[in-house]
Design a binder for this molecule. Sequence first.
Ligand code: ARG
Length: 461
Amino acid sequence: MGKLWGGRFKKGLDESAVALSYSIESDKRLYKQDIAVNRAHTKALAKAGILTKEEGKTLVACLDDLEARFATDILPFPQPDEDIHSCIERLVIEKVGDLGKKMHTGKSRNDQVITDTRLLLSDEIARAISLLDDLQFSLWELASANQKVIMPGFTHLQVAQPVLFAHHMLAYVEKFGRDRARLHDCLERMDECPLGSAALAGTNYPLDRELLAKELGFSRVTQNSMDGVSNRDFILEYYAAVSIMMLHLSQMSEELIIWSSPILGWVTIGDDFTTGSSIMPQKKNPDVAELVRGKTGGVLAAFVGLHETVKGLALTYNRDLQEDKSQLFNVVDTVRLSLDCYAKMMPGITIHEAPIRKALETGFVLATEVADYLVLKGVPFRDAHEITGQLVMLAEEQSCGLEQLSVKDMQQVSDKIGEDIADVLTLQAAIDRKSVVGGTATKQVKFQLKRLKEHYKWNKR
Ligand code: ARG
């Protein structure tokens, strides 16, 4: 038995059509889920009296045995089967004979394949959430261990204002927190069992759909069979969530790549996440960060690809939908590997304070402090901005930093400037004056570290 539908055909499929349409090489990855679906369905058939109890037991035992055989990789691939569903049905029939031919009663590959997919994806999303937790925690630890390190914060990649390195790390903890929440939402919404939808219209057999859902670990059943077999928006939603997450990983990669370049030398990435050059012996390349950045486009492409696949489809199942799976498998692997690498790479990063400090001497990083100082002396901000600009010009002429200008020289520009300007012209003062909620002040960052630890229950780690 090579296929499930030979009855009305005189001729077999052309070789080229076989090559185009058979999906076993890709969807064999769903063997576990497909066996679970068959097992649950068999139990529902027995409960509905379509199979005797004995028949149900024999089939379930056969499926259990099959699962163990798959797990130890005994089954030779490629098989002559069209897809994993045909493969499993064939193997059951080969094992238990005619009884096996009853297993597909009241279901279709249409509801079966999408139930399999939901099962696989829920596991992968749960895993991604757990890896995101690992990554967030590693960033939190980096922040926590380096609470005193001050670095230049950038806008337009130009030195803007000093910030705590910890503040920078926690910005990513926030971003990944939203990614995590989006994945949670997605998981919650897709937690419905389509089994019982059969080909499209539902089934004639009185299958206990709630039982089917429970057996497979779903919270609810889908409420419309036509939607049940045609819905792919849960995959799109997942893609949307992980493309945004990959975007964040990509941004972080970009920063690590810049920071670890010998030109800046702010951080060193561990040997276990960098590679050498085949020609230049001195090189230590941030390949893992680059690869993650490079894979980001592919994840978005999967979203666009499936969006376009579904776009023109009339309800319900169309074979185009088979194309959803190989992309999905690629994406879940990319997401898992990227998060896993990052969660392990971040704790191994070494921060070099000296070059970071040096960088703070460039770009007049304290200029905004001077303007804010003048505002407190009663100068309207717009004028304070202008005056500070002139001071920057003066410092540029003297090839020094703003904090190195003499008070006398500064007073030539504005008589509002007093000796107390020295109090605001330090990096630490600039940091600690940003004490609004969410600001970079040491106290604020400490507060956020504590809040995040409680929120994500990291004290239990
Ligand atoms: N291999 C198919 C897929 O992945 C299974 C469903 C086939 N259904 C059908 N009516 N031909 O979509």
